[in-house]
Ligand binder design. Structure first.
Ligand code: ATP
Ligand code: MG
Length: 261
């Protein structure tokens, strides 16, 4: 059974159809790379999965639970959306850390708020400690031991992005989504972030990675989707989509990266 099922998602902004019938499934423990030129709808797709945009048509299921159905208003209740959103973690291109909080606080904040929201008026000490311990372990996994007390402005871009990944993981999402996690970084800093994403793939974290790093997608992804003009043009293992594409449009897109892939 697929962990994630995306069925016939459509989304328009005004007269422009940005997603035009996107369907795919993703099994647990798999890494899906989404590639495609600027404006093809990659970010919009991730935003739809994370309930930051509302699709005009289509359905989204996780673990067979219908999270969203454009035809069914009952699936769109604001009160449920926060819970449903927790299925997904999202790491953006720009790291969006809270500048006024330490690294540790950036990672623990959402979990602490969630505890409080769930009726625990005073998140008891044991819960608080568990959140802190888990955050420290995640930061260690990201290679950030010793940075817990630093503020975002004291970190490099690569370090900040690794904090953002720890923060996304802290809420234990079933599916972690990356939107071009390295495109705001200097080239010498992309490697450290890609290494972290690779290690998550090795640990069988289920992931959707929008990226322009073709060599990385080819090495790390189990599956690749090439999008163009809001549609999936080609989908399959990286050995076929990236190394041996069938569609002319995929070939043209990849030709721009030919020195790399
Ligand atoms: N909120 C919005 N309002 C109007 N148009 C939008 C909005 N968000 C995205 N678009 C348009 O939708 C199209 C797809 O944008 P999207 O950001 O999803 O593309 P992308 O594949 O992520 O591109 P890039 O590789 O440049 O990040 C673009 O034409 C964009 O201008
Ligand atoms: Mg984008």
């Amino acid at each position: 059974m697929a962990l994630l099922e995306v069925i016939s998602i459509e989304k328009s902004f005004g007269q422009t159809r940005v997603l035009d019938g996107i369907s795919f499934t993703l099994d647990k423990g798999r890494a899906l790379a989404i590639i495609g030129s600027s404006g093809s709808g990659k970010t919009t797709l991730l935003r739809c999965l994370n309930f930051l945009e509302k699709p005009d048509r289509g359905r989204i299921l996780v673990n067979d639970e219908l999270l969203f159905d454009a035809e069914d208003a009952l699936t769109q209740r604001e009160s449920d959306i926060r819970r449903k959103r927790l299925n997904f973690g999202l790491v953006f291109q720009a790291f969006n850390l809270f500048p006024q909080y330490t690294v540790l606080k950036n990672v623990t904040l959402a979990g602490e708020l969630l505890l409080r929201e769930r009726g625990k008026k005073q998140a008891d000490a044991a819960d608080g400690k568990q959140i802190q311990d888990e955050a420290r372990a995640l930061l260690a996994q990201m290679g950030l031991t010793g940075k817990e007390g630093a503020y975002p402005h004291q970190l490099s871009g690569g370090q900040q992005q690794r904090v953002a990944i720890a923060r996304a993981l802290a809420l234990k999402p079933k599916i972690l989504c990356f939107d071009e996690p390295t495109s705001a970084l200097d080239p010498e800093l992309t490697g450290e972030v890609l290494r972290v994403v690779r290690s998550l793939a090795e640990k069988k974290m289920t992931m959707i990675i929008v990226t322009h790093e073709m060599a990385f997608a080819r090495d790390v992804a189990d599956e690749v989707i090439f999008m163009d003009e809001g549609m999936i043009v080609e989908q399959g293992p990286p050995q076929s989509v990236i190394s041996n594409p069938r569609e002319e449009r995929t070939r043209q897109f990849l030709a721009r990266f030919s020195s790399e892939a």
